[in-house]
Design a protein around this ligand. Structure first.
Ligand SMILES: C[S@@+](CC[C@H](N)C(=O)[O-])C[C@H]1O[C@@H](n2cnc3c(N)ncnc32)[C@H](O)[C@@H]1O
Length: 220
């Protein structure tokens, strides 16, 4: 995984922009707008990568702590991070924060790289304060009418675009496989509930190819 992101880091943003037909920035901004609605004083962005989600939050005036496992990705994040963002090397299963430290938690396009789903969400839940909000934007399973186009696009176009823009096709085949085996939006919602999140809901975007999930840490 580390090796993959070391390779991907320099071309990651450029390739994402092409593959998502420019949608990735818009989807993150939408998630950031949601996360900032409750005016959190301090927000944690998990698996921040090159920091695009943290930047979207900062544009709304938020203060962000952004964590990632890959030094190569964080190096790129550091070139664009504003004063309101602190970047930190860390593992999603062992966050270096006390319980109830953050008012909001964002995760963007990273779940498929995590070691399982429940563990990272449980750890995120631990560091969120009661009443704090989770906003998670992730690739998902498209709705049935769009499935064939989605399959062809992910299998054929995405690896070719990745290679053309300087990535390695096999990293983008990994993307396709991980999307195909990923839980549907309702299944992911059940994972969130299973670790304790309440008021869980989701919104599908791009014919279901992307989903934003929301949840709150309970006071109980
Ligand atoms: C596909 S990138 C997404 C980055 C970013 N959130 C975005 O919106 O573009 C996934 C990121 O997850 C990070 N990651 C993978 N496993 C991790 C872990 N166990 N702990 C922390 N970060 C991890 C990778 O280093 C990588 O930067």
């Amino acid at each position: 995984m580390m090796e993959m992101f070391r390779h991907l880091a320099p071309s990651y943003d450029r390739i994402n922009r092409f593959i998502s037909l420019g949608g990735d920035l818009r989807w993150r901004q939408r998630a950031a707008d949601e996360a900032m609605k409750s005016r959190p004083a301090l927000l944690l962005d998990l698996a921040t990568g090159t920091g695009k989600m943290a930047q979207a939050v900062q544009r709304k005036g938020g203060k962000v702590v952004a964590v990632d496992l890959s030094p190569s990705m964080l190096d790129i994040a550091a070139t664009e991070a504003g004063k309101g963002t602190a970047l930190l090397l860390g593992h999603v299963l062992k966050l270096p924060f006390q319980d109830d430290s953050f008012d909001a938690l964002t995760i963007a396009f990273a779940l498929r790289d995590f070691p399982g789903l429940a563990g990272p969400f449980r750890e995120g839940y631990r560091v969120l304060r009661p009443g704090g909000k989770l906003v998670c934007v992730e690739l998902s399973q498209p709705q049935r009418w769009a499935a064939l186009f989605h399959h062809l696009y992910m299998n054929r176009a995405v690896p070719a675009i990745g290679r053309w823009l300087g990535g390695r096709a096999r990293d983008y085949m990994f993307l396709q496989h991980s999307v195909a085996s990923f839980p549907t939006a309702p299944e992911l919602a059940r994972v969130l509930e299973s670790v304790g999140f309440r008021q869980v809901r989701f919104r599908r975007l791009a014919a279901g190819a992307v989903a934003i999930h929301y949840g709150c840490k309970s006071y109980g």
